[in-house]
Design a protein. Sequence first.
Length: 199
Amino acid sequence: MRKVVRPTGKSYLEESKFEASAWETIDQPGFIRIWDEEADSLPKTTTTKLYLLTGLLLPIWKTIPTSNERIYRVTPEGCASMIGRTLSEEGAAALRAKFMAGTPETPSQMLTAALGTTTPVDLGRGLTLTRRRVAGDVRLEIGGADKGTIDGLKALGCFTEIIAFQLRVFVPHGAGVDAEAILTRIVGNGAVQLSDRAA
């Protein structure tokens, strides 16, 4: 096993893969030049979205939905240091949904509840939001939409897809998408107008 150290971090490479790779021996000045070129090409700062679970963790340690059991210390700019375990976006949503009391009432709570469980979340006016796995991707599907409401939902930011000869409606979510704003439009005044048009 070989340890590979680069300006971007370190990794390990099996001996057979190392032998089959294009690595070659160079002199120290050449190495320093190549290292500096790669280091200079990197951005000065990077931004990472991090879900950090902090506080009294031992009582729920085994139920934390993550395979990474490392403890991280994070010091956000202008804030106090925090110590905890990192979670994926889905894991954070699942944990919030597990410990959230009562029925979700705000779009933020509805989104959290939907991402945290496969149980349908009531959006009102006959619509539900459910987490589904479609072609390996996690999707948020709106149920209860009829032909009269689909165009209205698309105008509010949803998208449709035909799966198994059936038209289904989804709320986009993930990096660069404000799913909460779309849900706000659906459950707010827009949903009332949507329901009125469908009636």
